[in-house]
Ligand binder design. Sequence first.
Ligand code: V0V
Ligand code: CO
Length: 146
Amino acid sequence: MLDRIDHVGIACHDLATKIAFYESVFDLTVVSREVNEEQGVREAMLCVAAAPGGASWIQLLEPLGPDTPVGKFLARRGEGVHHIGYGVANITQALEAIGARGVRLLDQRPRHGSMGASIAFLHPADVGGVLTELVQGPGARPQTMQ
Ligand code: V0V
Ligand code: CO
């Protein structure tokens, strides 16, 4: 059901500072920058590798305010890994199957995600404390490093 690790989301206080860190220390490149009002984030995607199954990304997340998922996370835990996003072929089918197995769905239906993807979150308390995101990428999503 889970095809690959699409991205790892990392919460940070200042996006520009964190981008500069990942670029200078790891030679990564920002592929996309977006503000997602619905999710309460300003985010950047940095391409890690173009493996045969598709690229993966580091998603740097800065909150748009304190009363957002990432804002609350930063206040409670500080900077660090916020979620794991898994690539799925059919997000609607995956949600239905996972929900039927007793995991609470934070999103009953897919929402708009980075670079045109469809995304949906699973409750971390039902996944061993890991906020888990399902990602169905559109054909247009870049699969190579740029
Ligand atoms: C909160 N908790 C987490 C967590 N955030 N546990 C693991 N990982 C996280 N990231 C735990 C927290 O420690 C508490 O556990 C409990 O959940 C309630 O925390 P809270 O601060 O009161 O927060 P809530 O309940 O208001 O909201 C928590 C959830 C919320 C997970 C429900 O953050 C949410 O709906 N997240 C999904 C949307 C999201 O994260 N969007 C930003 C990324 P204890 O202390 O009770 O045990 S957007 C994105 O990834 C995009 C756009 C993309 O990929 O394209
Ligand atoms: Co994400």
